[in-house]
Design a protein around this ligand. Structure first.
Ligand code: G6P
Length: 365
């Protein structure tokens, strides 16, 4: 796919809008069980554990991947940022798998982590968007996303396709390990296949509430993002987008940890973004949102249609995303947060495609 933002004001907005097609292409490649080198699901079928490593947005996709591989794949999984993992004497060896996630396939710390993994005798897998990139040459097996070239420095469509690819990998792994009944696997596969439509619906649902939030909050000096369970990686990714392209100081926290510090940051009118999608801990998140509101903060909540419940009463703005399997919810849930960061950057007169100090590909440590 040739990069172009014809008809859009920027690459980033074009790439946010292209997410349904990027997902459709990625899922098509997945259903053909396409991989370079050894088939990653076969490697994982006999593995003792999987460690995900990645940087930036790819690290956030890895945090979702941990839930998917543990829950659907029946495999012990851990995650770390590549630049930390590789310098902490990680306990991996034969029988373990280290899976590097990097959309560019060239990030120095991620490649460095994989080299260390190989030295220690672990199996090395990759997930990338660029065929022929360095990771495809170094890993024993690589899964490809097919998001098309991502030009914008801030990753968007590569993030959602990474999660979709990890979901496909977790499904195949779960079936191969005998932990997923065929009927359940078919149901989950159906949910994965629906992701392109779900994302298109989330884009539509987000437009009006996000525009109001941008108007209200464009000049705010600080944002707090909260989430729990798979909503936490979404909160982390939403805050990262806002820092990267709008230069707004923001923090993302596990909502249950708020009482151990970040709640002190709240005052009258502080914008708080809550990823309050369906999850096994939604009730607990509801009380976190109530605590935030009691401190005078203003809340934008991302909730799931049909289970917004009392979240709707606590929120100043609400974006309702279509229901999905809980572990797939980060895919539609990130869309409003991408649009929020984009809208705030534009409202501040910034060019989202050219954020200061950042590079699309980081080939130095
Ligand atoms: C840079 C980019 C980020 C990206 C990160 C990891 O910092 O600005 O958008 O998430 O690198 O890149 P990778 O290619 O390894 O996914």
């Amino acid at each position: 796919v040739r990069p172009s933002h014809a008809g859009h004001e920027s690459f980033m907005l074009a790439e946010i809008g292209e997410q349904p097609q990027a997902l459709r292409r990625t899922l098509r490649a997945q259903s053909a069980a396409h991989a370079i080198g050894e088939a990653p699901w076969e490697t994982l079928a006999g593995a003792r554990s999987v460690s995900f490593v990645g940087c930036g947005t790819s690290h956030h996709a890895a945090l979702v991947g941990r839930y998917l591989l543990e829950s659907w794949g029946g495999l012990r999984a851990e995650v770390d940022v590549a630049s930390e993992w590789r310098h902490r004497d990680p306990d991996v060896g034969p029988g373990d798998v280290v899976l590097g996630i990097t959309q560019s396939g060239e990030t120095a710390d991620t490649l460095g982590a994989l080299r260390l993994a190989r030295e220690r005798g672990a199996h090395v897998l990759g997930l990338t968007n660029v065929p022929g990139s360095q990771i495809t040459r170094e890993a024993d097996g690589t899964i490809l996303t097919d998001a098309g070239t991502e030009v914008s420095v801030a990753a968007t469509k590569t993030f959602v396709t990474q999660i979709a690819a990890l979901a496909g990998l977790a499904l195949r792994t779960g079936v191969a390990r005998g932990v997923l009944e065929p009927a359940r696997a078919a149901l989950l596969a159906d949910g994965v296949e629906r992701l392109p439509d779900v994302v298109a619906q989330a884009q539509e649902a987000a437009a009006a509430p996000v525009a109001r939030a941008v108007e209200r909050w464009a000049e705010e000096p600080f944002f707090l993002f909260l989430g729990r369970h798979v909503g936490l990686p979404v909160a982390l990714e939403g805050a990262l987008k806002l820092k990267e392209i709008a230069y707004v100081p923001s923090d993302a926290y596990a909502a249950g940890e708020m009482k151990h510090g970040p709640i002190a940051l709240l005052s009258e009118g502080t914008p708080v973004i809550c990823v309050a999608t369906e999850s096994p801990v939604l009730d607990k998140l509801r009380s976190n949102v109530a605590e935030v509101r009691a401190r005078g903060a203003h809340v934008l909540a991302i909730a799931t249609e049909g289970c917004a419940g009392s979240i709707a009463d606590e929120a100043d703005e609400l974006v309702l995303i279509p229901p999905t399997d809980v572990l797939l919810s980060p895919v539609p849930a990130i869309v409003p947060l991408q649009l929020l960061a984009y809208g705030i950057a534009r409202a501040r007169g910034l060019d989202p495609d050219r954020p200061r100090n950042l590079a699309k590909t980081v080939t130095v440590e």
